[in-house]
Design a protein around this ligand. Structure first.
Ligand code: IMP
Length: 436
C-alpha cells in the first residue's frame, strides 16, 4: 500500500484540502507535516462547509488515524478551539495524534511576526501574522517549546524564560501585554497541555507501524512549492518546506516510504501576500476570475492576487517535488473566456527568453510571461463527471498543461463540492485505483 504525498504546486490555496479529503476516504492514515495555522483548508461535505487550519483533512472521516507531525508548528489555542468546534458539530476527534516533538506557537511569536512586518514597512512579506516564522526561527535557534514541554510545568517555565531572554528588546513595545506575563502564559499553556495530552504521541513510530502493515498513508502538505523557504520566491515565502521531501522530515519517515507525489494546481494561478508573480493580471479580468473563483483567503480573508496558469513555474514545482501526478482544480472557473492563456516562457527585463524558472530573484521580479493561447469553452462544466463529458477545448487545455509539465493529470476539479471531480481516463496510479 502506498505512501502518497499531496503538495501545492503553486503559491498555496490550490485546493489540496479537497484532493486530500477524497483520498482520505480510502486512506488509513492522514498526516500533516509542515506549516501551521497559516494554512486553511475548506472542505465542503454534504453541503456543510468545514474550514480547517491545523487539523488534517482526514478528521472528517470517522476512524482514520489523523496525525499532526513534528514538522508542524502548533498554536495550541487554535488547535483546542478547532477540536471543540469539530466536536460541537458531531465529528469524532479521538483518532487525532500530535507529535510530541512538534513546536508550539507562543504569544510572543505572534507579536514578533506583527512587529517584524511593521518594521519592514513597504518591504513586508504579507505574512498571515500567525507567528509561523518566529516559531520556526526559535526551533532553528534551539529555543523552541515543544508539545511535550506542555506536560511539565517546571520545564515549560524554564524554556519560556530562556526563549524570552534574547527577545526582550524586540518585545519591549508589548511589555505591558498580559499575554507576556510569565506565570499566566505558563498556566494558559499548561491548560492546553492538559486538554491535548491524550493526543500526544510518538507519531513517527505510529505512521511507520501503519506503513509496515501495508496501510495507505496520505501526507498532506500546506502552502505550495513557490512558498518554500529554500526553493520559493525568498524572502516572500513561508518559513517551512512545503515540498514533498519535507514529508519525510516533518513526519519522521524515510524517502523509501513515499510511493507517489501528487501536485495540486489551479487551472489559473493565485498568490496571497507580496512577492513576484509573473503572470499576474489586474483590472476587470483579474476581478472576474477572483469573484468567480471566490479567491479570498480562508485564514485571513485577504483578496488573492490572480493570474493565468504559469507552466514555467509549474514545471519547476514538478521538478522540486518529483511529481508523479497532477490534480488540476477549479477548471470550471475558466468557463466563458474566449481564449485561455498559459505562460510557457518568461522574458526578462533585458529581453532574454527564459524557459526555466530563474534562480535570481531580481530577474523573476521583472519577468513577464509569454503565453500560448488556447481556445476557451463556454459550457457549464460543473456537472461533468468524466473526461469525455468535457468540451473538446477544455480537454485540449488540460492536455497542453500535462504535455508541457511532463506529468499526467489524474484528477480535475469542476466545482467546490467533493463530488465535482473528474478522474481522468487511463490515469495509472495506485492511489487513483484506490480512490476512484
Ligand atoms: P507566513 O507563512 O504567515 O509566514 O506567511 C508567509 C507568506 O506565505 C505570505 O505571503 C503568506 O500570504 C503566504 N502563505 C502562508 N500560508 C499560506 C497559505 O496557506 N496559502 C497561501 N499563502 C500562504
Amino acid at each position: 500500500m502506498p505512501g502518497i504525498v499531496i503538495v501545492g504546486a503553486q503559491w498555496g490555496d490550490e485546493g489540496k484540502g479537497k484532493v486530500t479529503d477524497m483520498l482520505a476516504e480510502r486512506a488509513d492514515v492522514i498526516v500533516r507535516f509542515q506549516g501551521g495555522n497559516n494554512a486553511g483548508h475548506t472542505i465542503v461535505r454534504e453541503g456543510v462547509t468545514y474550514k480547517l487550519h491545523l487539523m488534517p483533512s482526514g478528521i472528517l472521516h470517522p476512524g482514520k488515524l489523523c496525525v499532526i507531525g513534528n514538522g508542524v508548528v502548533i498554536d495550541p489555542k487554535v488547535l483546542t478551539d478547532e477540536l471543540d468546534e469539530l466536536r460541537h458539530r458531531g465529528i469524532d476527534t479521538r483518532a487525532l495524534r500530535i507529535s510530541a516533538n512538534a513546536h508550539l506557537i507562543m504569544p510572543y511569536h505572534m507579536m514578533l511576526d506583527e512587529a517584524g512586518e511593521a518594521k519592514l514597512g513597504k518591504l513586508q512579506i504579507g505574512t498571515t501574522r500567525r507567528g509561523i516564522g518566529p516559531s520556526y526561527a526559535d526551533k532553528a535557534s534551539r529555543l523552541g517549546i515543544r508539545m511535550q514541554d506542555l506536560l511539565d510545568e517546571k520545564i515549560l517555565k524554564k524554556k519560556i524564560v530562556a526563549a524570552l531572554e534574547p527577545k526582550r528588546l524586540s518585545l519591549r513595545p508589548f511589555a505591558k501585554d498580559p499575554a507576556l506575563d510569565l506565570q499566566s502564559m505558563t498556566d494558559e499553556y499548561l491548560t492546553y497541555g492538559h486538554v491535548l495530552e491524550p493526543y500526544i504521541a510518538d507519531t513517527s513510530r505510529l505512521v511507520l507501524d501503519r506503513l509496515d502493515h501495508g496501510e495507505m498513508v496520505v501526507f498532506e502538505g500546506a502552502q505550495g512549492a513557490l512558498l518554500d523557504i529554500d526553493h520559493g520566491t525568498y524572502p516572500f515565502v513561508t518559513s517551512s518546506n512545503p515540498v514533498a521531501g519535507a514529508a519525510c522530515t516533518g513526519a519522521g519517515v524515510g524517502p523509501r516510504d513515499i510511493d507517489e507525489v501528487w501536485g495540486v494546481a489551479k487551472a489559473y494561478t493565485t498568490r496571497v501576500g507580496a512577492g513576484p508573480f509573473p503572470t499576474e493580471l489586474d483590472g476587470d479580468l483579474a476581478d472576474e476570475i477572483r469573484e468567480r473563483g471566490g479567491e479570498y483567503g480562508t485564514t485571513t480573508g485577504r483578496a488573492r492576487r490572480v493570474g493565468w496558469i504559469d507552466l514555467v513555474a509549474l514545471r519547476y514545482a514538478a521538478r522540486l517535488n518529483s511529481l508523479t501526478s497532477l490534480a488540476i482544480t477549479k477548471l470550471d472557473v475558466l468557463s466563458g473566456f474566449d481564449t485561455l492563456h498559459a505562460c510557457v516562457r518568461y522574458h526578462s527585463a533585458e529581453g532574454a527568453e527564459l524557459d526555466g524558472f530563474p534562480y535570481h530573484q531580481t530577474v523573476l521580479h521583472h519577468a513577464t510571461g509569454e503565453y500560448a493561447e488556447l481556445p476557451g469553452f463556454d459550457e457549464d462544466i460543473s456537472g461533468c463527471r468524466s473526461e469525455s463529458e468535457l468540451p473538446a477545448t477544455a480537454r485540449e487545455f488540460l492536455r497542453f498543461i500535462a504535455d508541457y509539465v511532463g506529468v499526467a493529470i489524474v484528477l480535475v476539479g469542476v466545482g467546490p463540492g467533493r463530488e465535482q471531480v473528474i478522474w481522468m481516463d487511463g490515469a495509472e496510479s495506485s492511489a487513483v485505483r484506490l480512490a476512484a
